[in-house]
Design a binder for this molecule. Sequence first.
Ligand SMILES: [Zn+2]
Ligand SMILES: [Zn+2]
Length: 161
Amino acid sequence: MQGQIPYTVLHWHPEKASEHGGDRMNLRNCKSCGKIFNYVPGLPPICPACKQELENKFKEVKLYIREHKGVSITEVAEACNVDPHQIKQWLRDDRLEVTDDSPLLLNCEGCGARIRSGRFCDKCKASMTNSFNSIVNSHKAAQTPQTNGKKSESKMRFLDN
Ligand SMILES: [Zn+2]
Ligand SMILES: [Zn+2]
């Protein structure tokens, strides 16, 4: 007689996981300078030194934008010697403060409207939530009681006996 043990029960050993995974080094090359460092999963693959440098750059960029209202991403990138993509990333992360008429505004990935942070405008965010809800509802409606499943179940029980 073979009982079915759920996969998670068979393979879940919390003590073992912390014992073996705790001090294991996760070495990677820094994306910025190429130096090998101990990578922390979930964080950008950048070494502590470059991270600190980037943080200094962020402060510089933030100050520059505050002092030069109306500058474009390209202008800030050149003035502060920062990758324009990095500036966009900071904008997406909502770390840089920009005014409604600033050329630094991002474009909504849905409709192209000017937005201050993130990836989508409020309108697109709202319509995405709506379409998500309607998908969930239509799935619920499609689920009809399955009589076939019950029949085979009772057949199997019969065979077990
Ligand atoms: Zn580095
Ligand atoms: Zn939009």
